[in-house]
Design a protein around this ligand. Structure first.
Ligand code: ADP
Ligand code: ZN
Ligand code: ZN
Length: 733
């Protein structure tokens, strides 16, 4: 029998791609419950917190099978109708369970049941107190004043005590007499203090002014704009002035940045410009701070919301503009579980809200560039560096046959020496942390490999350990070869730790600062390490891509790139795109002050056509060359991809699961490549295989996936093989 009374369709935290039906809690009519509120519901043997998605007229299940929800946690939705719609769209688009997607869209403390509104303690009249006449308690003037205050307003909060000339003990005396009772009420708005008085904005150069005008002309309607300009061309200044206009119209602005792009420097610039509370949302904050920021955005108290990936789901009732800075950055895409791309979700949100969105980058992704060139997006170009700084000169250094000192050739060492002698700073870039990427036996050729991954172990000399950078496995550095037990072990290849040591020996009079994941784990380490660099004295910075983002190093006049060749020959078709972006971004760190910068790129392939284009003509022609290749090969953005991954204890099982899935695909709708072992075929003890689906239309790709969705979730539930789908994958490893 089908249940005929209204049922609640709830998204519960479960990988199953379906909603679950519940009855309303006893005594509460379903019509009182709004979609987007949180409910506590029984699920299996536990109680979990889910979000009400819709109230349906009936259920497929019989009334006897339906359980009532235990508690209702909200009166107003934590996911507004438009946000709930966005999350539903994203769960659908990225082929993920709505229950898990909803969780990701909420701050952790809300997932755990904290109230959505901030509560403060206060006091109100009890029933007995309400029966007293005005002017009662005349013998105790303070208590009489407290009573009068309670009679004059529904609640007296802790914060109001002082302004009413009262103290806590006066209210407590009333409680003791049974005349008042303690209570919790939503915090009043405006408890966030505005920052410093607003700073003045700069006079925009003609390109900046044109970009601002073009985007402002679209305020109030949806349009996507690419704001393209090299590092230092004044993109941030354009953002700031756009924000100013939107705030002046009483609307909110959401600014998304990559994880490591949100530096204290960036934040300080926003704070210095606007006298408004800023809701800050990133992973360096405590859960409590994140919830406070979420509340400030939702109440409209904070008109400016600045955050990383998941901030795209922050409720903003008056949203007027979205900005995605460094839109090409891979950290905007979540790489496990709910694999959404915050930039693309933001574009959908802007479209739903009828507002413009600005994608900023010095090195736009090929997807975005393609949309801009084809006219689908507005394209605002900043052609010069804003503050008269000269663009850096890039030069390839041929290191074939050249003797290297821990990865550095003679030309690089000489250039570093003369830059320091001229009081300049140097940035040495190598995207590989640790001392050496390989431990090799010179006698028998044995190489130290991870027991759990298809990968080599990295030597960390300072701590005398071998570490796997893929699964975290580590062991003490062995004294003897794991194959022949001989002593002839060698460290092959440089890592940042090794470079740091070499540079300290070569240039012992100067500070050498290493910035990578190993040196910056401690909170605040980044700023502490960078203090001598920001002081402007001659110094050497050595580090990984952490150096490529956000930070300004105005005194750096020389950049040395130790080894970028890997990007040219990557198994991933996005390798060259990423390499070009990284080289350009790192190069952009040089010469931001009044001194021109120089960039030396060591390579074994000085004649490689991609490298010569990048160095000779710059990122844009390089990217156009890559786009032409992608078009010829039928790769994104000219086609659409989905990657189905399978993880299992045996490779054969993973491949079989994908082969089965492949047979269920409608013939002809999509092209399937695989199953094949993943480029890294084993990781953290699991074998990995993949099936790549390609279609010339987004819609046919999604139709094909929808058809195999039941098979996908059947295999996810407790089977030996774990399947996952990655839509628009950006990492094919
Ligand atoms: P980007 O975000 O493109 O890297 P920024 O906005 O940070 O560029 O600008 C680089 C530098 O130039 C900053 O120091 C900024 O204050 C300065 N700047 C930007 N626009 C102007 C302008 N119109 N006039 C003078 N200086 C500017
Ligand atoms: Zn490993
Ligand atoms: Zn050996």
């Amino acid at each position: 029998m089908i249940s005929a009374s209204p049922v609640l369709r709830v998204a519960v935290p479960s990988p199953l791609r379906q909603l679950f039906d519940y009855l309303p809690p006893a005594g509460l009519p379903a019509s009182d419950l709004l979609p987007g509120i949180r409910l506590r519901v029984p699920f299996g043997r536990r109680d979990v917190i889910g979000v009400l998605v819709e109230v349906a007229r009936q259920s497929e299940l019989s009334p006897a099978q339906l359980k009532p929800a235990t508690t209702v946690l909200d009166t107003t939705p934590v996911l507004t109708p438009s946000l709930l719609g966005l999350v539903r769209w994203a769960a659908d688009y990225y082929q993920h369970s709505l229950g898990e997607a909803v969780q990701q869209a909420l701050p952790v403390l809300l997932r755990k049941g904290e109230p959505a509104e901030a509560l403060v303690s206060g006091w109100r009249l009890s029933v007995r107190g309400g029966g007293l006449p005005a002017g009662a308690l005349r013998r105790s003037p303070r208590q009489a004043a407290a009573l009068a205050a309670l009679q004059a307003q529904p609640v007296v909060t802790e914060q109001q005590l002082a302004s009413l000339g009262l103290r806590r003990e006066h209210l407590r005396a009333l409680v003791d007499k049974g005349l008042a009772e303690a209570c919790q009420v939503p915090a009043a708005a405006a408890s966030l203090q505005p920052a410093a008085p607003p700073g003045a904005s700069l006079t925009l150069n003609p390109d900046q002014a044109a970009a601002r005008a073009a985007i402002e002309a679209d305020l109030g309607r949806f349009r996507c704009h690419l704001l393209e300009g090299v590092t230092g061309s004044g993109k941030t200044e354009v953002y700031l002035q756009l924000i100013e206009s939107v705030l002046a119209r009483g609307r909110q602005v959401l600014v998304l940045v990559p994880e490591i792009g949100l530096t204290p420097q960036t934040l300080a610039r926003f704070q210095a410009r606007f006298a408004v509370p800023i809701a800050l949302l990133h992973s360096g904050l405590s859960e409590r701070e994140r919830l406070a920021a979420w509340r400030a955005a939702r109440s409209g108290q904070a008109p400016l919301i600045l955050g990383t990936r998941s901030a795209v789901f922050t409720p903003c009732p008056e949203l007027g503009l979205i900005i995605v800075d460094e839109e090409h950055d891979a950290s905007l895409k979540q790489q496990d579980g709910f694999r959404y791309h915050a930039r693309d979700v933001a574009i959908k949100r802007a479209a739903d809200s009828g507002i413009p969105i600005v994608l900023g980058s010095a090195t736009p992704s090929l997807e975005t560039l393609h949309n801009a060139i084809s006219g689908r997006y507005g394209h605002q170009l900043l052609r010069e560096r804003a503050a008269n700084a000269q663009p850096p000169a890039l030069r390839l250094i041929d290191i074939r046959n050249a003797p290297l000192r821990d990865g550095l050739g003679a030309a690089a060492i000489a250039a570093i020496g003369s830059t320091l002698a001229a009081n300049g700073q140097v940035l040495v870039f190598l995207n590989r942390r640790g001392f050496a990427p390989t431990l090799l036996c010179h006698d028998c050729g044995w190489i130290a490999e991870c027991h759990h991954c298809d990968a080599r172990l990295t030597v960390h000399a300072g701590e005398r350990r071998l570490r796997c950078h893929h699964c975290g496995w580590q062991q003490p550095l062995p004294a003897r070869c794991g194959g022949c037990h001989g002593p002839a072990l060698e460290f092959r290849g440089p890592g940042t730790e090794r470079l740091e040591g070499a540079l300290k020996e070569l240039f012992s009079d100067f500070p050498v600062v290493r910035i990578d994941r190993d040196t910056t784990q401690r909170k605040g380490a980044f700023d502490q390490l960078l203090a001598p660099v920001h002081a402007g004295e001659p110094a050497i910075l050595v580090g990984t891509q952490m150096l490529a983002k956000g930070h300004h190093f105005p005194a750096v006049t020389l950049v040395v790139m130790v080894d970028i060749d890997g990007g040219l020959f990557s198994a991933d078709f996005r390798g060259p795109e990423r390499m070009g972006q990284l080289v350009t971004q790192v190069a952009g760190r040089a010469g931001r002050g009044d001194r021109a910068g120089e960039v030396l790129i060591q390579t074994h392939y000085p004649d490689h056509p991609l490298l010569t284009t990048l160095v000779g003509a710059g990122y844009r022609p390089y990217a156009e060359q890559l786009l032409a290749e992608r078009q010829a090969l039928g790769l994104p953005p000219f086609t659409y991809l989905a990657l189905v991954r399978a993880d299992a204890r045996e490779l054969a099982a993973a491949e079989q699961a994908l082969a089965d899935l492949r047979t269920q695909l409608e013939p002809g709708a999509v092209e399937a490549v695989g199953p094949v072992p993943a480029p890294m075929s084993r990781r953290a003890g699991m074998f990995r295989a993949q099936l790549l689906l390609r279609a010339s239309q987004r819609a046919s790709l999604h139709r094909a996936l929808a058809a195999v969705a039941p098979a996908l979730s059947a295999l996810t539930g407790g089977s030996r093989v774990r399947l996952s789908v990655d839509i628009d994958p950006i990492d094919l490893s």
